[in-house]
Design a protein around this ligand. Structure first.
Ligand code: BES
Ligand code: ZN
Ligand code: ZN
Length: 491
């Protein structure tokens, strides 16, 4: 489940044989003796770096020293932890990621990591393993040449404490997030709705989760017409995955429903998208992939609450059979929709999925979807937009997101926004005017989520990162998985 081996050692880091040793040093280390006991050990090198401001402990900054005095390791990597008072678990996760990102290009190294403060609680070990596994992730699945980047081979964790439980949890969460990233990375020709359902089925089998895949005829029998309308233009049949996790014993009457948009490729349909950057629409299934990833983590993390994931999957294609702008469809809930734009398809498949989640007995809903370009305009690629019909429920999710270092932002959803979705002929149109597009999209979903407490996460800007970060390679982020796992653990 992990891409690296993790070995605890009680030896001090300077005495450990490794390709590299990693130390976290802080900005406020620049007193008399920056680097504490390592100041003398390195023959004054660390204080010198601070004095010259070459390395001064700034958050995520780094310095690589070859053949360091006082160390058995071949190299010493210093990473900035920032201000000691601000250093928390999300910071430790990122620093751990930077260590792996900085060293992974060098022929499969083994790395010794000095666990800060040598106290190493279980949650510290957990986030270190998470950060390292996420940083070691590779995007070049289909490269058969020029792939020198082999990743890091193994980590020696220098600590006095026992680490097994932390490693297990860190591996479960990062493994789940990397599973999500792996799905999101797949191109549309390979990851069709049928293939996504096959991968969800093997994942469920390996994780001891229950899964059911509803195909065309079953979806017809359930009258999921807003979903089927999107699927009808494609030669690829739709699939709706229902994955169930049930705790052994629970006192909780809550039942969490996780609904994720999984459009395996979004051309826009008859309202065809411009060709520039259309290839990016292979990641239009990231919401569904996040929900499947969270489910995978539950098999190890074992929260005390029942969770059901509902993942509707279609391909949005133009063809002679495709849905037309102006078509009217009757959703599973009975509400009718005038489809003014076939590119606003995510909300159509989610509408029926939200209704179905209610029918399956869920009491609390969260959906994740690469739903609108408009959220990217509003929040960029840093924060996820979080919409809700229940602020108490939303605040619990936002607290979890904070705790695990996933950035979200609450967005408005006043009743008046519904006016944007008026249709002269049906209950709702599937689009509003140009303005506030992410809000009207959320307002549309609300019609199918009410009356249950519900949060909608628009992850269009965050699911795919265009640029390398110091701690994470560019590409699919697996955003959402950690927050959802944390929330379920606290329910
Ligand atoms: N999948 C797109 C949204 C999207 C945009 C995801 C950019 C990732 C990056 C969605 O189906 C879509 O096309 N939305 C339209 C809605 C519009 C037609 C009302 C959009 O945002 O332009
Ligand atoms: Zn679309
Ligand atoms: Zn889409």
């Amino acid at each position: 489940m992990v891409s690296m081996t993790y070995e605890p050692t009680r030896a001090v880091i300077e005495s450990v044989e490794a390709d590299a040793a990693v130390l976290i040093l802080f900005e406020d280390d620049d007193g008399d003796r920056p680097g504490g006991r390592f100041a003398e050990l390195t023959g004054g090198l660390i204080p010198e770096l601070y004095a010259r401001k070459e390395f001064a402990g700034k958050f995520l900054s780094k310095a690589l020293i070859h053949r360091p005095a006082g160390f058995r390791a071949e190299r010493l990597l210093l990473i900035g932890g920032g201000k000691t008072s601000e250093f928390d678990l999300p910071c430790l996760r990122r620093v751990s990621g930077v260590a792996v990102r900085a060293l992974r290009a060098t022929a499969k190294p083994t790395v010794a990591f000095d666990v800060p403060g040598h106290k190493s609680s279980e949650s510290e070990i957990q986030v270190i393993v998470e950060g390292m596994e996420l940083a070691n992730y590779k995007i070049d699945t289909y490269k058969t040449i020029d792939s020198d980047d082999k990743g890091v081979a193994g980590i020696l964790l220098c600590t006095q404490e026992s680490v097994e439980a932390g490693i297990l949890r860190g591996a479960a969460i990062a493994g789940a997030q990397n599973f999500t990233r792996g799905l999101v990375n797949e191109p549309g020709n390979i990851l069709t709705p049928t293939e996504l359902a096959a991968r969800a089925t093997s994942m469920a089998g390996e994780s001891g989760l229950d899964i059911e895949v509803l195909r065309q005829e079953q979806l017809e029998a359930l009258k999921m017409n807003t979903l089927l309308g999107v699927a009808q233009g494609s030669d690829q049949p739709p699939a709706l995955m229902v994955v169930r996790y049930r705790p052994q014993h629970t006192t909780s009457e809550h039942h969490l429903g996780l609904i994720g948009k999984a459009v395996t490729f979004d051309t826009g349909g008859i309202s065809l998208k411009p060709s520039k950057d259309m290839h990016e629409m292979k990641y239009d299934m990231a919401g569904g992939a996040a929900m499947l990833g969270a489910m995978r983590a539950f098999s190890t993390m074992r929260p005390d609450v029942a969770v059901t994931a509902v993942v509707p999957s279609v391909e949005n294609m133009p063809s002679a059979r495709a849905q037309r702008p102006g078509d009217i469809v009757t959703s599973m809930s009975g509400q009718t929709v005038e489809v003014l734009n076939t590119d606003a398809e995510g909300r159509l498949i989610l509408a029926d999925a939200l209704t179905y989640a209610q029918e399956l007995g869920c009491t609390h809903l969260i959906d994740a979807a690469t739903l609108t370009g408009s959220i990217v305009v509003a929040l960029g690629t840093l924060r996820v937009g979080a919409f809700t019909n229940n602020e108490e429920w939303q605040s619990r999710l936002l607290a979890s997101a904070d705790a695990v270092g996933e950035k979200m932002w609450p967005m408005p959803l006043d009743d008046e926004y519904i006016d944007e979705l008026k249709s002269p002929i049906a209950d709702f149109a599937n689009i509003g005017s140009r303005w506030g597009g992410s809000i009207t999209a959320a307002m549309f979903l609300k019609q199918f989520a009410d009356p249950l407490p519900w949060v909608h996460l628009d992850i269009a800007g965050t699911a795919w990162q265009d640029k390398d970060a110091p701690d994470l390679p560019k590409g699919p982020s697996g955003f959402g998985v950690r927050s959802l796992v944390d929330l379920a653990m606290k329910m």
